[in-house]
Design a protein around this ligand. Structure first.
Ligand SMILES: C[S@@+](CC[C@H](N)C(=O)[O-])C[C@H]1O[C@@H](n2cnc3c(N)ncnc32)[C@H](O)[C@@H]1O
Length: 288
């Protein structure tokens, strides 16, 4: 169900929003850049039920492992309000809201995934996240309106125009209050490139899944083609294209967005980042 929420979300209304009975996806008017202007945005079409079925192993158990470590370090911030940006079907938002009792707004562009996010069973007695449809490049939130921003599982690096990645970080910096923290969970570029499997074929969810991957050094992007072949031969082909960022490049971009790197984890278990070994590059930056 899609409904309109008339105003931007402001910090003073966190408690009203979180505990009110909004069981719908909220869209704030004019907050989504037009699809016509951004027709090469591959991510507009891919993040739907097929994506969820293909990546079903990325579940709340994995989210909880990560978030337990976030809570250990940032309970004082999270308890005051979190934006889960590019929340997808809400696996992190639900853990944060129902298990940690933190006020949470999850934002994503994909209506299909947001509609999955609101179908949470059983409905908890307290602490539901609010789900908002919006675009990372133009967040429908007021300045300094939250204490913790989470960007989980490679939800950054999709834009063909690299300046839009800086725009996104600027937006994250804008909505954080001074002393607030961004947790940005990306692939570790050197390990991702070194371990790239050029082609493979698996069976999943009644499909044969053929995937091919390559790193394009000129654009610094991993280009992945996924073919989903159903039993009746029907085929869906999708393209993922993700820009990689070196640790130094990202630190400079965070700085330009008014944030200072304070730590880097290499895995969801919060182990320290090792550029030659870590699978993830989880940057933690404080709003200055
Ligand atoms: C790899 S998924 C991760 C989803 C979620 N964070 C998780 O861990 O399950 C990336 C998400 O980014 C969202 N996304 C991509 N581009 C976006 C944009 N410009 N604005 C908002 N969301 C976007 C997609 O719809 C998708 O849900």
């Amino acid at each position: 169900m899609l409904s309109q929420y008339p105003a931007s979300i402001h910090a003073s209304r966190w408690s009203d929003l979180t505990y009110s009975a909004i069981f719908a996806v909220v869209t704030i008017p004019n907050s989504i850049p037009s699809a016509r202007k951004h027709s090469d945005d591959w991510f507009r079409n891919w993040f739907d039920e097929d994506y969820l079925a293909l990546y079903q192993h990325r579940d709340s158990t994995e989210a909880r492992l990560f978030l337990d470590n976030v809570r250990e370090r940032f309970q004082h911030l999270g308890s005051q309000g979190v934006f889960d940006l590019a929340c997808g079907a809400g696996r992190h938002s639900w853990v944060l809201a129902t298990e940690f009792d933190w006020p949470v707004v999850g934002l994503d562009l994909s209506l299909s995934l947001l509609n999955e996010a609101i179908k949470h069973e059983p409905i908890p007695a307290k602490g539901r996240p609010i789900f908002v449809r919006g675009d990372l490049r133009q967040l429908p939130f007021q300045d300094t309106s939250c204490h913790l921003v989470l960007s989980a599982f490679t939800s950054f690096g999709y834009f063909s125009d690299n300046s839009e990645h800086q725009t996104t970080l600027n937006e994250m910096g804008r909505v954080l209050c001074a002393g607030g923290v961004l947790i940005l969970d990306l692939m570790n570029p050197s390990v991702a490139i070194e371990n790239l499997v050029p082609e493979d074929e698996t069976s999943r969810n009644n499909w044969r899944v053929k995937q091919s991957r390559r790193y394009v050094s000129e654009s610094k992007r991993i280009e992945k083609t996924i073919e989903l072949i159903a039993r009746n031969g029907e085929t869906r082909v999708v393209q993922e294209s993700v820009r990689l960022f070196t640790p130094d490049e990202l630190t400079a971009m965070l700085q330009a967005a008014g944030m200072k790197l304070i730590d880097r984890w290499g895995e969801y278990d919060a182990s320290p980042f090792d550029p030659t070994r870590s699978k993830r590059m989880i940057s933690i930056a404080e709003r200055t």
